[in-house]
Structure formats: C-alpha cells, structure tokens
Design a protein around this ligand. Structure first.
Ligand code: APR
Length: 261
C-alpha cells in the first residue's frame, strides 16, 4: 500500500538533507531495459559473460559489442518525467534563498540520463566515458559509433570477434579502452564511496527510486540510513518491503507528484 502524498510532502518540507539512490527503474519509462525485471539485461544475457573483468579479458570484442549496443540505444532515448522531476526539484532547492536544504542524487545507472544534475554521484560510472586499460586515461566520449570496428552493429551480435586493434584505443598511448563502468566483482572508487557516505550519514530522507536492492554496496544504503534514524521513501513498481514512505507505481508518475514539481 502506498503512503499518502500529503504526509510525504510535509516531511519533505522539514528535511534538511535529502538524498536519493536511483536504479534502472528510473530510466525504464525512457525505454531502457532494467537488469532483473521483464526484458532485463540479465534476463537476456549472462552478466558474468558481459559485465566482469574476466569477461573483458577473455573477449573484449563481445563486451564492447554489448556496451556499444547500450550506448547507441541510450543515445536514441530521452529523459522521462522521473528524471525531469529530480532536475526540477534540484533547481527548486538550489534557488532557495537562503538555501536551507541540500539535495544529492546517487545513481547506479550508467545511462547518463541524469547527467545535467549538479549534485550527481554516478557510482557505477558511465557508458559515455572510457578508461584506458594501459595508462588509465579517462575520456568523455559521446561520439557514435565509438570506433570503426563497432560501426553498423545496430543489432547486437556478441560473436563478431572484432580484432583488438579495431576496438576503441587510447588517443594518448594506443592502449585498449574499456567502458568506464563498474563491473561485478570490481571495487568502487574509494573517493566515490566516501562522498556517498557523507550523504548517507547526514540525510534526513533517502529516496530509493527504481532499484531492486540486489547489488552491494548500494543494496545496503536504505537500511544504513534507517538504522541511523533517517527516513526512507521507496518509489518502485513492485513492493520491495518496509519503508517509512512507499509509492508503488511507475516513478514517472509517482515522483513528480511526491516532489510537487
Ligand atoms: N518505476 C519504478 N520502479 C521501476 C520501474 C518504474 N517504471 N520499472 C522497474 N522498476 C523497478 C523494478 O521493480 C526493480 O525493483 O526497478 C528495479 C530495477 O532493478 P534492477 O533491474 O535490478 O536494476 P538495479 O537495481 O539498478 O540493478 C543494480 O546491478 O547489474 C548491476 O550495475 C548494475 O547498477 C545495476 C545494479
């Protein structure tokens, strides 16, 4: 059962520090597959073959096909009303004079659809950044296709065995580039973890939007906030269990109403 918007709005007004944790469900209404829901990436593909360091070492062509495909898909999509609600709410907070509330968005998504938020933490990286496996250079690249070898692969073909020299290479050292995303069994950037914990330690309210809460460390954040007395508001199409505030339904509808934007 969903809580009343009125009760939530009352609390929202009194919250000094507001944070959100977003998952794939935030972008579902933009037409981007989630991971574990209907049509989810890990329903269709085996994550251990596509989103792990060992998968990339064994077959960089297959991993690049998958991430290139996701990049090209996202480039054709638009932010939805939930993304817009976060942006409008951030604008509202930032235009307070004096500013008496803070608002930070922590996202697990790598689709870049929240990238125009000012206070954004992309904890799993971004499809639109690459990292050199040799010199570590980070490059923001939005060009499509990312390289000749991956050109024209609209329909995903995981077995095209593109030779490594035709995969994205570093403009600085020629090394093989990888997507700048966090894979399974990889550690998160410690600086990002610290920034996240600053928010989790001070927030009066954590909005948990469109995440199944199955991948750590993100999966533990709601409980962490709850244990220190912060309030948790869940926005999800499924009932993911107890929360101080719960809005069951598509976040493209529930989030704008709750944030009154
Ligand atoms: N509105 C709200 N919630 C939605 C919507 C929607 N329109 N559509 C789907 N959801 C919910 C689903 O009910 C589910 O709880 O979004 C959640 C999506 O869960 P996952 O597919 O597991 O995605 P996510 O939680 O982001 O996965 C976490 O796992 O594979 C890794 O790095 C990947 O960041 C990802 C992490």
């Amino acid at each position: 059962s969903s809580t009343s918007y009125e009760a939530f709005r009352q609390f929202l007004k009194s919250a000094k520090h507001i944070a959100t944790l977003c998952g794939a469900g935030l972008s579902a209404e933009s037409g981007i597959p989630t991971f574990r829901g209907e049509g989810g990436w890990w329903r269709t593909f085996e994550a251990t073959q596509l989103a792990t360091p060992s998968a990339f070492k064994a077959n960089p062509s297959r991993v690049w096909e998958f991430y290139h495909y996701r990049r090209e898909l996202v480039l054709k999509k638009q932010p939805n009303n939930a993304h817009k609600a976060l942006m409008d709410f951030e604008n509202k907070i930032l235009s307070q004079t004096p500013q008496n509330q803070t608002f930070t968005v922590i996202t697990q998504n790598v689709d870049g659809l929240s990238s125009n938020l000012k206070n954004l933490i992309e904890m799993h990286g971004s499809l639109f950044r690459t990292r050199c496996t040799k010199c570590g250079d980070i490059d923001k690249n939005y060009n499509s296709p990312i390289c000749e070898g991956l050109k024209g692969t609209e329909n995903l073909n995981l077995d095209s065995n593109i030779p490594i020299e035709q995969l994205p290479s570093c403009t600085k050292c020629g090394g093989l580039l990888r997507p700048d995303v966090v894979w399974f069994n990889e550690k998160l950037d410690p600086n990002i973890i610290d920034k996240i914990h600053e928010e989790l330690d001070r927030c009066d309210l954590l909005l948990v939007i469109g995440t199944s809460g199955t991948v750590y460390p993100a999966a533990g954040y709601a409980n962490y906030v709850n244990l220190r007395g912060g309030k948790v508001a869940v926005f999800n199409i499924e009932d993911t269990g107890d929360a101080d505030f719960k809005f069951i339904g598509p976040c493209g509808e529930t989030l704008p109403k709750a944030l009154e934007v």
